[in-house]
Ligand binder design. Structure first.
Ligand SMILES: *Cc1c(COP(=O)(O)O)cnc(C)c1O
Ligand SMILES: [Zn+2]
Length: 414
């Protein structure tokens, strides 16, 4: 049984049947999936979820998928780590890291792609595609490989090597475009239109973005069915941030958690911070920017859901904060050294902003803070290569070992 009623325009409320549409024909507003919450409340409880599979599809009743078997490569059910060391360092008493860097293709994008591509296959699309800043390309390629579907993934030609290799290994048609993400995205809109293909983050966007809600459900379940007081979330297109809050609110509506007080904080790199700039200047409209940052996975100058993300931040009493590339690199290293978690540049943005918020006194003692780590450090090695100390190579003899390490040996065994 499906609890999905249809699609609904976020701006004017016009309703549409479940179909591959993504903008409102009346007002051009974004379309959102609409559920029958009364029926959901009657048939769901905490145990229904606990009895489900150990992955994101345990929340299937709250996702827009009308078929039988989703395309599932094992996304979700990632660790929520109590981060005592980092918390001590930053002066946050009750800090958690949601480590979504350990998904099957090493970023949270596996959650959104699993939903979008499963439904796209139901719609009968012949070819899958995406416009990507890197992580999405790998995830679309992997899911298409598992499902045996043809796919075209389009990326800016100058992405990090790790991202390009990671995407191409699954055997997609990898299209490298001379231009930035916003150029790639414009091209993909035209291709989707011309060929009738499913671009997961464009014409499948209402389904795609719902997948991010599982990052809220999981955290609430892992906290013993409580919602945190604060979350820190990186922003690229802005849908992840928006949907995390929506996920918490849905759980409240279904009586699975107490009233939600979660303040949602948005994190961007200073070199691509259209949402932060609007927040700082008290503007409502997002002005597109030309990205200039090492944080390629968040380098979207014209975010599709930037306005919704900004509204969510303001409405929940959160803040939108930017960090420099230098602060990003330091934060990657800080997280690795304190918690043993190696994140890509987007996670550096999150931890850098977490640090700034802590310094500004945004978190009160005892409040629960969750920082979302959304991508894996092996994807952006070039960002941190310079940080490793000079490597010493020794002969395979005890004498050579002692010559180099005698000093530190004495302190280690003392
Ligand atoms: C895509 C991405 C984000 C941001 O997601 P949006 O929904 O586009 O805001 C954050 N972190 C990583 C690693 C990503 O790949
Ligand atoms: Zn509308």
């Amino acid at each position: 049984m499906s609890f999905v009623r249809g699609l609904k325009c976020h701006s004017c409320g016009r309703e549409y049947p479940i179909s591959p549409v993504y903008v409102c024909e009346t007002c051009f507003g974004p379309l959102e999936v609409d559920y029958n919450y009364d029926a959901l409340a009657e048939s769901l409880n905490r145990d229904t979820f606990a009895a489900g599979p150990k992955g994101m599809w345990r929340y299937r009743d709250l996702l827009p998928f009308s078929g039988k078997e989703p395309i599932d490569i094992g996304a979700g059910f990632t660790p929520l780590i109590r981060a005592e060391n980092l918390g001590r360092d930053l002066g946050i008493s009750n800090l958690y890291i949601k480590n979504d860097a350990v998904n099957p293709t090493w970023s949270f994008k596996d959650r959104v792609v699993s939903v979008a591509m499963s439904q796209a296959r139901e719609f009968g699309f012949p070819v899958m595609g995406c416009a990507s800043t890197g992580n999405l390309a790998a995830s679309v390629a992997a899911h298409a490989a598992r499902a045996g579907l043809p796919c075209y993934v389009l990326i800016p030609a100058d992405l990090e090597k790790g991202k390009v290799v990671n995407a191409s290994i699954y055997g997609p048609n990898l299209v490298m475009v001379r231009g930035n993400y916003d150029d790639v995205n414009r091209l993909c809109v035209e291709i989707a239109d011309r060929y009738g293909w499913a671009f997961v983050n464009i014409n499948m966007r209402p389904y795609y973005s719902e997948g991010s809600k599982t990052l809220a459900y999981e955290v609430a379940e892992q906290l013993g069915w409580q919602t945190p007081d604060h979350v820190v979330v990186p922003i690229a297109g802005g849908s992840l941030l928006t949907k995390i809050r929506k996920g918490f609110e849905e759980l409240e509506r279904l009586n699975m958690v107490d009233e939600v007080h979660c303040q949602v904080h948005g994190a961007q790199a200073r070199g691509c911070s259209p949402v932060v700039q609007a927040f700082e200047e008290g503007r409502d409209e997002i002005r597109p920017v030309k990205p200039d940052t090492i944080v390629r996975s968040l380098a979207i100058g014209n975010p599709a859901d930037g306005y919704l993300a900004l509204q969510t931040i303001r409405r929940t009493g959160g803040q939108a904060v930017a960090v420099s590339d230098q602060e990003v690199v330091e934060a990657i290293s800080l997280l690795a050294r304190t918690e043993g978690v190696f994140t890509e540049t987007a996670g550096g943005v999150t931890v850098g902003v977490l640090k700034k918020l802590a310094q500004q006194g945004a978190f009160k003692p005892g409040q629960t803070v969750v920082a979302y780590i959304t991508g894996n450090g092996l994807k952006t090695l070039e960002a941190v290569e310079g940080l490793s100390p000079e490597q010493v190579i020794i002969a395979p003899s005890l004498k050579a070992f002692r010559q180099v390490y005698e000093g530190s040996l004495a302190t280690a065994s003392a």
